[in-house]
Structure formats: C-alpha cells, structure tokens
Design a protein around this ligand. Structure first.
Ligand code: UN1
Length: 479
C-alpha cells in the first residue's frame, strides 16, 4: 500500500495549496511512499516577503529571550521526535535510518546551540578619538533571508541556516529540495509549535523556477544556498545583480592522502566511510584516495574487503550501512559519469558501469591508477564512486590534492606530525582532516570551503553571525 503525501507551501502560519508540480518516491522501493507538492511563483514569493518583513519587526519586539526559548523548544521537540522524523527521511531520501537519526539529532543540537547564541550576540565598544564620545558596534538583523537547501542533509542543513537566521533576528523564506520536501514539512510542523511570530519561517516548495523567483525577488535581503556548483553560480549572479548578500556551499572533489606510514586499518575506515557511506552523496565525500605507492596494493585489497562486507539495502532496515541514491535522475547521472571514466580506459577494482542495481541503488565503485587530470580528478561525482591516485611521496600527494578547482574538505592519514602539519599548511581546502574521514563535521565549528567550493562567509558555529547580521557603528557623545 503506497502512502501519498500531498504538500503545501507554508506562508505566515497558513498552508497554501497548489497544483502538483513535482513528485518524489521512496528511492529504495516502489510500493511505499509517494510525495508531491506545488511550485511557487514570483507572486507567492512577493507575498511571503511581505509576511516575513512584518515578522522581522515582531521578532525584535518579542525579544531575545523569547527567541532563545523558541529555538530551544524546537531542539527539544526534534530530539523527542527523532525516530519518527528519521524514518521519514529514510523513506523519502534513501538515507539509512542510523544516519537519518544522527542527522535529526544534529539538527536538534544546532537549534540548541543557536538558542544560546541568541543571548550572546554582544557588540563592541570603543573610546572615540573625539573626547567625550564613544563608539558602539552592534550586529543587527539583515532582514528577510532566503535558505535554499539540498536533499542530502534534509534537516541538518536547513537547521544550520534557519537556526542562526532566527537567533540573530531575521525572518526566513525557505525552499527545500523537491526530493526532501516531506522532511521539510515535518520540520515546519515542529517550528510551528515553537511560539515564534507568524511569518518568522515560511516555506515555499518547488524546483528551479521557485528557486529563481526567490533569488530574484527584490525584498529578499540575503540568500544562503547549498547545492550544485552550476546552480550556485546562477544564484550568485542573480543575487549580485540586485546587490543581495549571498552565501554558497557547493561541491568538492575531496582528496584523502594515505601515507605509507599510516595506520592502515584507520585509513581504510576513513576512505570507506568518506567515499561510500551515504552512498557518496555528501559534498564532503572522499572522491580521491591519494595513496603512497608502497602501500597502494595492500590498501586497495583492504578497501575491497571492507566494502564487500558492507550491508547495502533498504535504508529503513537498522542494519543497512549503505542505501540507494536519492532519485532516478541521480542514478542516471552517476551511470553516465562512470561510463565516461571507463571510456577513458580506467578499469574498476570493484563496481563500475555494471554496478547499477534495482530501484535507485548503485553499488560502490573504485577505480585504480586514476589520472589527476581525468574525470575522477576534476569532476564531482555525487555517488559511491572514487578513484585511487598512486603517488611516490608527500610532495606529489600534495600536488595531486590541490590539483583541481575545488577546495572543500581534504584529509591525510599519517603517523608523521611533520606531514600532518605540512598538510594543514599546504592543503587548499576549507576543512582539513588528520586521520579522520573527509566527511563528518561538528555543528559548533565553522563550515565551508575555498576556491570554487564555497562563496561568502562561513556557516555554523559563532562564525555564522557574519552572514546573518549587519554591523552598525554608532558614535555617541553625551552632552
Ligand atoms: C558533513 O560532512 O557532515 O552537502 C556535512 C554536504 C555538506 C555537509 C556535509 N554541505 O554534504
């Protein structure tokens, strides 16, 4: 029996229905879940911007303690409802139940963290060069902030945009991915019960057209986007056109260096987790294993053995470690990219173009002797596909690591403190991991990349304030 969920936009506390414009089915099985929802247009965006503008006033009037309480309440409710929401994430996006539960808890902690930050938004005070005057610096709300979020972290990424936006007094216009809209609706239900003023968080559904209408809307003061490089470039251009603030988190072709002196067991754990968990659908996933010649054969054998033992299957089964890709078109894209890699002469160690399975499943795929300038070295493949790049030593490893236009996350497995420090100094990446997978970040530390991976200020942690506030400088002379 297929459950059908028909979604609506959420505008200032009310549901707004519309003709179904997109659909998402459980990517692991055909007989379970069908989600559909409408597409927002420019008129709807304008209506939301008005409601949100009023909410900015109401949020200021409510005061910081009311906002902190509301954020803490959202965190608590998410924690209490984690099992129910995790099951929905697994059914809608194919993320394993364990990962989904972990993600809901991460979202809960993000709301909790920013509940605290609401009260800690302190300014600065200077003596003025003009005798008798003082200078005060305040961090004030930007206004109406749009959050455009992807499906691969369908609740944590929205949380790390919505929570700081509210903490610092902004109202939110959120457009979740059409692949994760039922999960988004579940988060909206939790937010609705938190006691925030109507219009503080509004959700418009849809695909590219809705996203474009939001980014181009005049009253949207800032846009925080996580998604593909191609879409990110369009968001940046449209926001720049009208002078709106923009923050982009996009792709990565992240590399993990495995030095000959590494703890091999740990390095294999890092590589397998980074490349294949979440079916490789993390922008921090490991696409490139940059391995010292001396241990490459042993490393590959150990990876093959570890991957053969992975339990691939229904994400709602608690024992499953790797689920499907999120949607049929994702699987088609991966299949096309893998075929291109094979056409260039590469032979898979395991997986490959025959690895497409039933529904949206795609088996882990690893190529040996990958060329740094080829597809595996240069192009993001948002699936369980990685290449081994054999190198002669540390310097060559660093050259390969920094050899593409991205710079999100990078890792090294080594027992050498010298190489770990050199790696931290020379790796061109926003996140640097020593003896840890390239994926998996904390919620209280800054997150973001360099080069073509990111644009604008960092997300998460206290660093998030830079994007969600304007600085004002006041000069006061008491007479
Ligand atoms: C993580 O690795 O824990 O879309 C987070 C992504 C990133 C988040 C990664 N923005 O995969």
């Amino acid at each position: 029996m297929i459950e059908t969920i028909t979604l609506a936009h959420h505008i200032a506390g009310n549901r707004r229905e519309g003709a179904a414009a997109f659909a998402q089915d459980n990517p692991a099985r055909a007989d379970d879940l069908h989600v559909e929802g409408p597409e927002a247009d420019a008129a709807l965006v304008a209506e939301v911007v008005d409601a949100a503008r009023q909410a900015v006033e109401a949020l200021a009037a409510a005061g910081i303690e009311a906002r902190a309480d509301a954020l803490a309440r959202i965190g608590r409710t998410l924690g209490a409802e984690a099992d129910r929401i995790a099951l929905l994430i697994a059914r809608e996006t194919g993320k394993t139940l364990g990962d989904s539960k972990g993600e809901v808890m991460r979202a809960a902690r993000l709301f909790d963290f920013f509940a605290g930050e609401t009260l800690r938004n302190a300014g600065e005070r200077f003596a003025s060069t003009r005798p008798g005057a003082i200078v005060e610096v305040d961090h004030v709300p930007v206004g109406v902030v749009a959050a455009i979020t992807p499906w691969n972290f369908p609740i944590a990424i929205p949380a790390w945009k919505i929570a700081p936006a509210l903490a610092y007094g902004n109202a939110v216009l959120w457009k979740p991915s059409e692949i994760a809209s039922a999960t988004a609706d579940a988060l909206m239900a939790v937010i609705a019960g938190a006691g925030l003023p109507d219009g503080s968080v509004n959700m418009l559904l849809g695909m590219g057209d809705a996203g474009r209408a939001i980014v181009e809307a005049d009253g949207v003061d800032a846009v925080s986007f996580t998604g593909s490089v191609a879409t990110g470039a369009r968001v940046r251009a449209a926001a720049a056109e009208r002078g709106a603030r923009v923050q982009l988190e996009m792709g990565g072709v992240n590399g993990l260096i495995v030095m000959a002196d590494a703890d091999l067991d740990n390095a294999v754990d890092c590589a397998v987790n980074g490349a294949f968990f979440a079916a490789g659908q993390r922008c921090t996933a490991t696409s490139r294993m940059i391995v010292g010649d001396a241990i490459a054969d042993r490393f590959i054998d150990a990876v093959r053995e570890r991957v053969a033992a992975l339990k691939i299957g229904d994400p709602t089964d608690a024992a499953t470690q790797v689920g499907p890709l999120a949607a049929p078109h994702q699987k088609e894209t991966i299949a096309r990219q893998v075929a291109a890699v094979e056409a260039s002469g590469a032979k898979p160690v395991f997986g490959g173009s025959g690895a497409a399975m039933e529904q949206c499943f795609y088996a882990p795929t690893l190529f040996d002797c990958a060329a740094p300038e080829g597809t595996l070295g240069q192009e993001e493949i948002f699936g369980p596909v990685a290449g081994v790049f054999r190198v002669s030593g540390f310097d060559e490893a660093m050259t390969v690591l920094n050899g593409n236009r991205f710079g999100l996350s990078a890792g090294i497995c080594t027992r050498s403190l010298l190489h770990a420090e050199e790696f931290k100094r020379r790796a061109r990446a926003g996140m640097k991991m020593v003896n840890l997978p390239t994926a998996g970040v904390d919620y209280h530390a800054p997150f973001g990349g360099v080069a073509d991976s990111s644009y604008g200020p960092r997300e998460q942690g206290r660093a998030a304030r830079a994007f969600y506030t304007n600085m004002t400088t006041s000069y006061v002379k008491a007479l």
